[in-house]
Design a protein around this ligand. Structure first.
Ligand SMILES: NC(=O)c1ccc[n+]([C@@H]2O[C@H](COP(=O)([O-])OP(=O)(O)OC[C@H]3O[C@@H](n4cnc5c(N)ncnc54)[C@H](O)[C@@H]3O)[C@@H](O)[C@H]2O)c1
Length: 344
C-alpha cells in the first residue's frame, strides 16, 4: 500500500505520518508539502531516513507537478491534510485559502481520476457546521447538520467538502470525508491557542484571550484523530462523512487557566483582547456514527492530554523556539537547497 499524505510537514499531517509508520510498517508513505510558513521539515527529521518514507516538496495547486507525481508514484490512497488552516489569517488574506483549500483539493482529485486510486480522503473540520449557542449544551453537530460557515477558512473547507462529494456523485471517485473538532498535541505551530499560550506563559508574557474567553471548543488529542482517519481509510464507506470528536468541551478561558495552573504561572498574565470578527461561539461534535460503525472511541481525555502536551512543549523547546525565531524556514534550504521534488 502506498499512501500520499499531503500537508505532512504540518501539525496533524506529521502526527498522522508517525502514526501510520508505526501502525503499518509495511506501507510506503509519501509526504507532499509546499513548506509554507506552517510546514516545518524539522518535524519529520527523525523519519526522513526510513526506507518506507519519502518527502517531496511541492504545491497541491501545481497541476502539472501533481499529475507528474501521480504518474510516477502510482498511489493507492491519498489523505489530504494540505491547507491554509489559521482562521485569523483567513480574515486578513482570504485569497490563498480559496486557492489551496478549494482549487488544490480539486487538482488532487483530478489526478486521482486520471491515474486511479482506491481512496481519496479529505481531512475537513467541524467548522463547516458554523457554531452552536452557548446556552444549549445538548445541541451537537451530526453529519446531517447543515453547512453554515463563518470565516473564509471554514467557507473554503466547506467548499472543498462539497466538491469532494460532487466528485463522488459525478465521477464515482472513492472518497471519504472526516470532520474533526479542535486538535491539540505535539508539533502544533505556536500561532494556535494551546501552544501559543504555553509559550507565552513560559516567557511570562501577556496571554491574549479573545473577548471574554467564553467561546467553547471540543478538544481532541491529535493521536485519536490519526487513529480515526486510519479506521476510515480501511473500514469507512465510500462517499460517507464521519464526524470525529471526543466530548471534551472547554471554554478558551478554561484552557488558558489550566495551562497557567499546570505551569505554576499567575492568572494575572491573562489579557482580554478585542474579539475575533465573526467568532464562532461553540463547537461540539456528536461522534455516534464513527463510534457505532467503525468502533472508534477517543482514548485520551482533555485533562490527561493537556498535561502530555505541556510536557512535550517543555521537553521540545528547541523545536518551537526555532519557529518563533524563524530559523525553521532555513532548514530546508540548508539541507536541500532550492529544489522542488524528492527528498529522502
Ligand atoms: N488543527 C485543527 O485543530 C484541525 C481540526 C480539524 C481539521 N483540521 C484540518 O486538518 C488539516 C491539517 O491541519 P493542521 O492544523 O495540521 O494545519 P497546519 O497549518 O499545521 O499544516 C498544513 C500543512 O499544509 C501545507 N500546505 C499549505 N498549503 C499547501 C499547498 N498549497 N500545497 C502543499 N502543502 C501545503 C503546509 O506547509 C503545512 O505543512 C487541515 O486541512 C485542517 O483544515 C485541523
Amino acid at each position: 500500500m502506498k499512501i500520499l499524505v499531503t500537508g505532512g510537514a504540518g501539525f496533524i499531517g506529521s502526527n498522522f505520518i508517525f502514526y501510520m509508520l508505526d501502525q503499518h510498517p509495511d506501507y510506503d508513505i509519501v509526504c507532499l508539502d509546499a513548506l509554507t510558513y506552517a510546514g516545518n521539515l524539522e518535524t519529520l527529521e527523525h523519519v526522513m531516513d526510513n526506507d518506507n518514507f519519502k518527502f517531496i516538496k511541492g504545491d497541491i495547486r501545481d497541476r502539472d507537478f501533481i499529475f507528474d507525481l501521480f504518474k510516477k508514484e502510482n498511489f493507492d490512497m491519498v489523505v489530504n491534510f494540505a491547507a491554509e488552516s489559521h482562521v485569523d489569517r483567513s480574515i486578513k488574506d482570504p485569497g490563498v485559502f480559496l486557492e489551496t483549500n478549494i482549487l488544490g483539493t480539486q487538482v488532487l482529485m483530478a489526478a486521482c481520476r486520471e491515474y486511479g486510486i482506491k481512496r481519496f480522503h479529505q481531512v475537513s473540520t467541524d467548522e463547516v457546521y458554523g457554531d452552536l449557542p452557548l446556552d444549549k449544551p445538548d445541541l451537537m453537530f451530526t453529519e446531517e447538520t447543515s453547512i453554515t460557515t463563518s470565516s473564509p477558512y471554514s467557507a473554503s473547507k466547506a467548499s472543498a467538502d462539497l466538491l469532494v462529494e460532487a466528485y463522488h456523485r459525478t465521477f464515482n471517485l472513492p472518497v471519504t470525508i472526516s470532520r474533526c473538532s479542535n486538535n491539540y498535541g505535539p508539533y502544533q505551530f505556536p500561532e494556535k491557542l494551546i501552544p501559543l499560550m504555553i509559550s507565552k506563559a513560559l516567557a511570562e508574557e501577556e496571554l491574549p484571550v479573545y473577548g471574554k474567553g467564553e467561546n467553547v471548543r471540543d478538544w481532541l488529542y491529535v493521536k485519536d484523530h490519526c487513529e480515526a482517519i486510519d479506521l476510515i481509510l480501511h473500514k469507512g464507506q465510500q462517499g460517507e462523512v464521519y464526524n470525529i470528536g471526543g466530548h471534551n468541551e472547554r471554554s478558551n478561558l478554561e484552557v488558558v487557566k489550566t495551562i497557567l495552573n499546570e505551569l505554576d504561572k499567575p492568572e494575572s498574565l491573562i489579557t482580554f483582547v478585542e474579539d475575533r470578527a465573526g467568532h464562532d461561539l461553540r463547537y461540539a461534535i456528536d461522534p455516534t456514527k464513527i463510534s457505532e460503525e467503525l468502533d472508534w472511541e477517543p482514548t485520551i481525555l482533555f485533562d490527561q492530554g493537556i498535561k502530555k502536551t505541556i510536557k512535550w512543549y517543555l521537553d521540545n523547546e528547541e523545536w518551537w523556539q526555532n519557529i518563533l525565531s524563524g530559523e525553521y524556514q532555513d532548514y530546508y534550504q540548508k539541507m536541500y537547497g532550492d529544489k522542488q521534488g524528492d527528498k529522502r
